[in-house]
Ligand binder design. Sequence first.
Ligand SMILES: [Zn+2]
Length: 403
Amino acid sequence: MNNNTPYPNYEDTMSEAKQIADDSGAFGKYEEIGYSGEGRPIPLLTITDPAIDASEKSVVVFTGGTDGHEETGRASTLALAKTLLKPENATHLQKQVVLIIPTTNPDGAVLNIGPTANGISLNSSYPHDAEPLTCEADAIQTLIKEWIPDAYFDVHGLAGGSLGDGVYLYPTVNHRWSTRVLSEIGIELDKVAEQCGFPQGHPHLWLENVPSLNKWVARNQSGFSMLLESTEQYYPLEDSVRSMLPRLMHLIKLGEQTKFFQTIPNYPCDVISGNPICALMPFGDDYSSRRKCRRDMAQMIIEGVPYFGREAADPDWTATLTLPVEESVKTLPPGLVFQATLDRRATITKVLWQDHILEDSLWRSWDNGIGIVARVEIPEPPTKGDNVVKIKYEVPFKRHTTI
Ligand SMILES: [Zn+2]
């Protein structure tokens, strides 16, 4: 055994996690979600206001210590837990369930090595369509499958290391859209760190071929997913935590905003396919049902949705959105939400679903300052073949004519 693991080592992390829960009143709960290969417990801190049901909140997961020798991931996630439990942050706990696993790799921490005790990296233990490669990965993925988090952040880094600082971004199945969203948030995070006096070094990378949990969450659940490096350029550990904590709190605030064409506050994971001109979004009355729907939609897309799109130029003043579902699809979500943006002078006259007029209660529209946004809720699963929404509207001008 290597006794040189810097603070916080595995034992430090376990005792601090328990202490944080003990000191938190009802707002923090300590549990163990499984065991490492050598039989050490994997801790989980659940931080939220228990008076408000999880179905009314966003869910976010933070992990630290995925590489066992990286102590700043453990220190930063513990610091996040303590910060969230301060009275001034109580409103965040009313809006979110924050799940923190401060050490995902207990054996790696004890041995002061990157991978697990049997030499497998937890960064690449989550094949897309197969079982996880280690018991640690299995315990963590089981938690992820149960909660279907809206966002997942893996916090890395070791104080005074030689790597650069920054963030890795993991596009969802809707990579054309999610790449833009992730990049924008990545730049925000860089600015937050820089304003605290910690310049960021990494280019923003996406690790396409590494089967990490970040990649699994982004692909299989269409979650908002990032890996953050602590400021490895900085000694002492406290400086690394000082650079990371404002970024983690910035991400917490992100989960309570409506950005990127969202209508309900959440992490930016709601545009599962499409873009602000025509978007496919999760259906459901509360956060929990939307989370399940989002996972089902991601699965449906993987299983056989070749595209989702809007016909060009709205012939006959009709915005036509088509979701083709191939025979190979096994997973169908319980409902669908379509959103589209029309010319700002448009007035919607009727909405059709599969050529039937949709009752008024199932759609609404509003002016968002850029255009007229139409939101159409379909309270039934899609069928195999084309699923088509048509939004008919009037405008106070004539179409360009062609000869
Ligand atoms: Zn690492």
